[in-house]
Write a protein that binds this ligand. Structure first.
Ligand SMILES: CC(C)(COP(=O)(O)OP(=O)(O)OC[C@H]1O[C@@H](n2cnc3c(N)ncnc32)[C@H](O)[C@@H]1OP(=O)(O)O)[C@@H](O)C(=O)NCCC(=O)NCCS
Length: 175
């Protein structure tokens, strides 16, 4: 696996972010850890949105402060993944989605990037004062479960998400 680093997105990444969105849509893949990217109509709008979420003064009502990172491969600057850290919980996050969401570009999967992205994001979680983080995944998402387990996740329980008709396994990682 090539070295990757987590970077806060800027104007210079927008073409790649939009390409990431197209790749995920083309592969019919979920786009976890990308904020509202799936619903944005332009990359500029996405950047505005994630900046609003990053700032406690501008985070939309009912939502929580969140920091968006890109996983950038160091040798070639390619955005291989995206990961988002929610700084605290609202009711939905506390019960279901947890502190962290992530995805890896379909063409870059199974190279160890998700494990490394989560490891790096946990360092950020420590910096913002979290003592443990909740990460959840669907029971059939073996890649995500292994990513969580490789980073010290301890299974707590499985919950049903009523509005979405899915189950989620909850894991805690002590920092
Ligand atoms: C889940 C996801 C993030 C994994 O990314 P990845 O970069 O391929 O993961 P890694 O290469 O770091 O692999 C992590 C572990 O999972 C395993 N793995 C990865 N994909 C797998 C799959 N489809 N089936 C079984 N195991 C898989 C790897 O072999 C590795 O296991 P190991 O530690 O025992 O060797 C990626 O498939 C993805 O983006 N999926 C769509 C979004 C998503 O589901 N996000 C998570 C939401 S909870």
């Amino acid at each position: 696996m090539e070295t990757i680093g987590l970077t806060i997105p800027g104007q210079e990444h927008l073409d790649q972010v939009w390409g990431y969105r197209q790749d995920c849509c083309g592969a019919d893949s979920s786009m976890d850890g990308c904020g509202p990217l799936r619903f944005n109509t332009s990359p500029e709008q996405w950047l505005e949105d994630i900046r609003r979420y990053a700032d406690p003064d501008t985070v939309p009502e009912g939502k929580v402060q969140a920091t968006q990172f890109l996983a950038v491969r160091q040798p070639d600057g390619r955005v291989v993944g995206m990961i988002q850290v929610r700084h605290y919980f609202n009711e939905y996050l506390e019960k279901y989605a947890g502190h962290i969401g992530y995805s890896v570009r379909p063409s870059e999967r199974r190279k160890g990037y998700a494990k490394e992205m989560l490891r790096l994001a946990l360092g950020f979680c420590r910096q913002i004062g979290l003592e443990r983080v909740l990460v959840s995944c669907k029971p059939d998402n073996e890649g995500s479960r292994r990513t969580i387990l490789a980073n010290g996740g301890v299974y707590e329980r499985t919950v049903h998400v009523p509005g979405e008709g899915i189950d989620l396994e909850r894991y805690w990682i002590a920092l």
